[in-house]
Design a binder for this molecule. Structure first.
Ligand code: FA5
Length: 346
């Protein structure tokens, strides 16, 4: 009992002078390890009377728990101290950008698709549009049915689809899914854009990727006209290219618009002479659009007798190509830093 009583005091005195985790572990094993005084007491307990056994046993246990608790508390203290010291030593000074650049490291920059996307969002925000988002994984209703493309409609083949194994879910093939969600959540009049990634199981070439970007736009109200549509499209292109660009409007078929148009831009890579990007026709298909089909308005919970609207689906990657003179869409997702670093940095 005497041994046990002086044990805790001795332990505490030694504990006070401990500075390192390794020393703490040694101290712990010195007092409550297999060769320590507590273990000795427990070994000799067999010679004690039953009464002594009980008091000694419970005292030894209590002591062991107290020592363990003190070790844990000290451990936490030492570990925290160690982390603080290491943080102090390895402090990152974010003001050293120039020094970092001198060493040949590059500052990060935005991807050109992000740059264009943000610019277009700003242009539309300034014209009173909201910016919406939507999920990449969609169901048939949002990608097809609500857009007037029933199961048997041949238009489903216009966009080769990546289906999930359940045959019910898919990777959205266009951002028109955002139209459906946007309509259901608001009452006319409204106008919004919805940018994002889309996925198609297509063969890639200079102007086709399997994962690319679109920016959807929609305006619904009482007297929305083709004139409104053309005005917004022209404003967008002039702002983006900072000059008048030659466009042509031709009829286009999309089940979700009536009438539907294809807005093409004179190829800025070859100036209209013909190249691999414009498939040697001199024009690049950039901006399909049209007046929203009444069935689509109905699926979105909007009365087509009272309201009408326009919608468009801009191909962002191709717009980037035209703006920067990039002759192959595959550069955009190559991950090649020599390509990426040519664009705006922070
Ligand atoms: C659509 O996806 C329609 N949802 C667009 C729309 C919206 C029409 C609203 C009417 C009203 P389309 O499949 O043509 O349409 O694609 C739109 C644009 O995406 C094209 O003009 C093109 O710029 C771009 N695009 C299409 N396929 C690819 C591809 N594989 N790689 C890169 N860009 C592509």
């Amino acid at each position: 009992m005497q041994v046990l009583e002086s044990l805790l005091d001795n332990f505490k005195t030694e504990l006070n002078s401990i500075q390192k985790i390794a020393d703490l572990l040694n101290l712990k094993s010195k007092y409550i390890g297999k060769q320590g005084p507590l273990a000795d007491v427990m070994k000799n307990i067999k010679d004690a009377t039953p009464e002594e056994k009980r008091t000694l046993g419970s005292k030894a246990n209590e002591l062991k728990n107290t020592i363990e608790a003190l070790v844990s508390a000290k451990m936490l203290e030492l570990e925290t101290e160690e982390i603080n010291q290491s943080l102090l030593k390895n402090k990152v000074d974010f003001s050293l950008t120039d020094t970092v650049l001198d060493k040949g490291l590059q500052a990060a920059g935005l991807h050109p698709v992000t740059i264009i996307q943000q610019e277009i969002e700003d242009i539309f925000i300034s014209m009173g549009f909201e910016v919406l988002d939507g999920p990449h994984i969609e169901d048939e209703f949002h990608n097809f049915e609500a857009l007037n493309i029933p199961a048997t409609h041949p238009a489903r083949d216009m966009q080769d689809t990546f289906w999930f194994a359940d045959k019910k879910h898919l990777l959205r093939t266009h951002t028109s899914t955002i139209q459906v969600r946007g309509m259901k959540e608001r009452k006319p009049p409204f106008r919004f854009v919805g940018p994002g990634k889309v996925f198609r199981c297509e063969r890639t070439d200079a102007s086709h990727e399997m994962v690319f970007h679109q920016l959807e736009g929609m305006m619904v109200g009482e007297n929305v006209s083709v004139g409104n549509l053309i005005y917004f499209m022209k404003t967008l292109l002039t702002e983006i290219f900072k000059k008048e660009v030659e466009v042509r409007l031709r009829p286009g078929f999309f089940p979700f618009v009536e009438p539907g148009f294809e807005l093409d831009i004179k190829c800025l890579i070859c100036g209209g002479k013909g190249c691999s990007v414009c498939k040697h026709v001199g024009w690049v298909e950039l901006l399909p659009c049209g007046m929203v089909h009444p069935n689509v308005l109905k699926a979105g919970g909007i009365d087509p007798e009272k309201n009408n609207g326009f919608a468009f689906g801009l191909g962002l990657d191709r717009l980037v190509m035209m703006r920067y003179g990039i002759d192959d869409i595959r550069h955009l997702h190559s991950g090649d830093l020599r390509f990426n670093s040519q664009f705006k940095t922070f």
